[in-house]
Design a protein around this ligand. Structure first.
Ligand code: ATP
Ligand code: MG
Length: 264
């Protein structure tokens, strides 16, 4: 197995009196997908914000390429090749796809006061980067706002890959999508993985996580329920854990006792 790109060991984070994360450990390897699962408030976003440089951990260790780090800003994380695609994506709906792809880092032509954006090259690069991930957009001049939610996620993923990300963090990329669109996004997640990126995929949905995941970190109220390799957990077990496992069984039992559900 390749060395871990990112590793957290017993990391913890508190906000005032709220313990958002306690003793959580996991690893992100090149060419693999680490899924972070958990209910609302479980600490998923807190964990990835630590990885992305938006928060700092209070306890435990955060290692990049085997060495302890402490990022002061998202820029520090980006410089180490850790790119994050947030749910709102920070795209500008009225701007064209290619403008959104570069967002200020467009290739230039000319020199001095005559420097300007090389539109032709920018559009060609955008088209080529998207095509490499198998995304075929008819027109990169169309406003991003005209793309579907799934296509927008794909543009953001292609952008991260193009700008040299080694680790790609996706916060709930499939949450607002229908079944088919979610499938499209998951396919690009798999393609980023196959290109050797380490992917961190946050989701509520074990059915989205299981097909692409190599490792599953389950969080509950800031604590880890465990980090399982795919070989060590089935989809059924993952779903059971996510649904609250024993709690759900207790609830069912209770409902049955009051005759709310059939005993069959
Ligand atoms: N900046 C903050 N200040 C205070 N408390 C916070 C802050 N960020 C998160 N929390 C608290 O930490 C806990 C974990 O929140 P977090 O956003 O990490 O959960 P999550 O798993 O991402 O949930 P969701 O699925 O709803 O996005 C919650 O109790 C939340 O209220
Ligand atoms: Mg969250």
């Amino acid at each position: 197995m390749t060395a871990g790109l990112i590793e957290v060991r017993d990391v913890g984070k508190t906000f005032g009196s709220v313990i958002a994360l306690r003793e959580v450990s996991t690893v992100v390897n090149a060419g693999q997908v680490t899924c972070v699962l958990g209910d609302n408030g479980a600490g998923k976003s807190t964990l990835i914000k630590i990885l992305a440089g938006a928060h700092q951990h209070d306890t435990g260790e955060f290692l990049v390429d085997g060495a302890p780090v402490r990022f002061n800003s998202p820029r520090d994380a980006l410089e180490r090749g850790i790119a994050t695609v947030y749910q709102d994506l920070a795209v500008v709906p009225l701007m064209s796809v290619w403008r959104n792809f570069f967002l200020g880092s467009e290739p230039k032509v000319g020199w001095g006061p005559f420097t300007m954006v090389d539109r032709r090259k920018a559009k060609e690069l955008t088209r080529a980067s998207l095509a490499e991930l198998g995304i075929d957009l008819r027109d990169v001049e169309q406003p991003v706002g005209t793309l579907s939610g799934g296509e927008r996620q794909c543009v953001a993923i292609a952008r991260a890959v193009h700008f040299g990300a080694r680790v790609l963090i996706l916060d709930e990329p499939t949450a607002a999508l229908g079944v088919k669109q979610a499938g499209v996004v998951l396919r690009y997640v798999a393609q980023a993985r196959d290109r050797g990126l380490g992917v961190v995929l946050i989701t509520h949905n074990p059915h989205h996580a299981y097909p692409v995941g190599d490792r599953f970190l389950l969080l509950k109220r800031g604590r880890s329920l465990g980090c399982f390799d795919k070989a060590d957990i089935t989809l059924a077990e993952l779903t059971r854990q996510m649904a609250g496992g024993a709690e759900l069984e207790a609830l069912e039992h209770e409902l049955r006792a009051v005759g709310a559900v059939d005993g069959g």
